[in-house]
Design a protein around this ligand. Structure first.
Ligand SMILES: [Zn+2]
Ligand SMILES: [Zn+2]
Length: 180
């Protein structure tokens, strides 16, 4: 495990497990103006629309920072080949309810969703909830692809989204190896 120190905020983290500084990423997410779009907002759960959609729960809206702080420490990055963007997916404990699905033409949510997803998580982050079977389907069909390891030989840190290098081997580097 490679522990690194963020050049921006001095947070230490394991770059083999997370491609980016969790503190800086959380700051990016919490300052995003488009985090909960109208389509996925809970107050619009009863609006009838064409096409399936997911709405995030009131629980998420009321505890947004806590949900994001948990996600930043435990979620997984995937390249989404369908949208050519990066999604950050967090499997939440069963007692937490990140959202619900509303079928096309319905005015009520009709299924629970258990994955907390930040779409376009490194660029224009916005939240939605997804079914964990759907996450699995995206993985097995190759729509979701895990991040590669850093392209530098013998480096097993994760590469950053959009960059084939880890935070240590990016040019310029954005973190330094931690000295115990
Ligand atoms: Zn940082
Ligand atoms: Zn590297």
């Amino acid at each position: 495990m490679s522990i690194v120190v963020c050049h921006t905020c001095s947070t230490e983290w394991a770059a083999t497990a997370r491609p980016w500084c969790p503190t800086c990423l959380l700051a990016k997410w919490t300052s995003s103006p488009n985090l909960i779009t109208e389509k996925h907002a809970p107050e619009n759960a009863t609006a009838i629309r064409e096409g399936y959609r997911s709405v995030v729960s009131e629980e998420v809206v009321n505890n947004l920072r806590a949900f994001l702080a948990d996600a930043v420490e435990s979620g997984t990055w995937y390249y989404n080949a369908e949208y050519e963007k990066y999604n950050h997916v967090t499997r939440l404990p069963l007692e937490q309810k990140p959202g619900a699905g509303v079928s096309s033409g319905n005015s009520q949510p009709d299924r629970h969703l258990d994955d907390f997803v930040i779409a376009d998580a490194d660029f224009d982050p916005h939240l939605f909830a997804d079914d964990r079977d759907e996450t699995r389907r995206k993985l097995t069909t190759g729509i979701y692809r895990p991040l590669d390891a850093c392209s530098r030989a013998k480096c097993d840190n994760l590469s950053q989204p959009r960059v084939r290098k880890c935070v240590l081997h990016a040019d310029p580097p954005i973190a330094t190896k931690s000295r115990p």
